[in-house]
Design a protein around this ligand. Sequence first.
Ligand SMILES: *Cc1c(COP(=O)(O)O)cnc(C)c1O
Length: 461
Amino acid sequence: MLFHSTRGKDKDKTFEQVLMQGLAKDGGLYMPNNWPKVDIHKLKDFDNFIDVAKEIVPLFTDSSFHKAEVETLLDDTWHDFDKKDLIDIFEVDDSISILELFHGPTSAFKDFGLQLAAAFFNKTLQMQNKTAVVFGATSGDTGSAAIDACKEFELIKSFILIPEGNMSEIQRKQMTTVNKENVFPILASGTFDDCQDIVKKGFRERTFLRDDQYLLAVNSINWVRIIGQICYYFYASLKMNKLSEPLNFSVPTGNFGNVFACYAASKMGMPLSKIVVAVNSNDILDRFFRNNDYSKLKVNETISPSMDISVASNFERLLYDFYLDCNSDLCSRLYSKFPEESIQINKSIWNKTSDLFISYSSDDASTYKCMQFYHKNFNYIMDPHTAVAADAVKRFKEKLQGNTIILSTAHPAKFPLALENAGILIKNLPKKLTEVLNKSEVAKKLSTTDNSIFEYIKENN
Ligand SMILES: *Cc1c(COP(=O)(O)O)cnc(C)c1O
């Protein structure tokens, strides 16, 4: 399987190139040259996550790694999960279930994608006898999952920018209390967007790298993260009904990575009815799916901070594959004017949206209400991100035929303030989260307005 960019210039790249490069040089996102098909009948006999992953991951990695090699890697990839089988499913009623993806070490679903990324980074670096710098900015869970996934790999040093602002104390402390020689959390002055700008500049200039060193991106545009997420869609469908009936999935989304993984799974043969695209008041995706209007607005701070975005990077993949029939000229034309001009597509093409997608934007008040509703009626405590997806399902119950899975992307204990505001008392805190709160923080404070961040990386690299 080789890969190409949504904007058409980068073609026939190997998995390893795509993995180590992240974003394509032409500014587009990498896509597989075709959708590999999963052998559903074979999968039906499986009963654990790793076996399912062993059928899926090699379909994308065969240009760089032998199947046996990948299978060995997958035996050790996902670690420090509280559940033996990584995920759990909570049955709400006859038609609704919650897929708990937060049992990993950082208590958010991002562990699935980033542990797979780190395992492949490390394998590649070992084979090439090289080292790497991970450099990224985080508005919530990406940074902690990246740090945790990479911290045991000595060939990788992680520098993560933590902006001032709307992150929970636990989210921040998961990054600042790790205390490892190859982990460098940076408390950066400025907003998430300021931090992103610095990261982009770093990737352009690369002044802090030593010779022969990789600079790695961990944001959700890296295809390897999508692969890790495709695995749990297949696995959830297997657990629910042996992949025999199409399901609806309600996905709380920001950068659209998790929704795109669901779409990808369906292209690979997973039965799928509808995808519910659930967003908070940062509603660019909702405006597109309801009104064919993809236009950038300012970011609102919400109680679901990991979905506070102004644009959804992985949306480009859907636009390219689902709407534009893989026409890279059209895709680059639309993106060359964006965000100055909003993206709108031909009405006749846009009309197929409702075949697959339903979207909903839940504001904070409505999200709180949904958390309270689940607590009161089902004695179930959910985090505010999950509640955005649950709220959408509440709203569209009539429209959704068959069974619906709500994706739960974070453990509720990660967001104590939101729970408190909702009047919900959580008793069973995971030990790993209470421990984090009691550790002392070590982080470098630096400014985003000068070169101090680059100098700091150079000194420590
Ligand atoms: C990152 C994140 C999301 C959004 O995921 P995308 O793939 O960017 O759509 C949702 N919930 C939580 C808890 C997250 O950390």
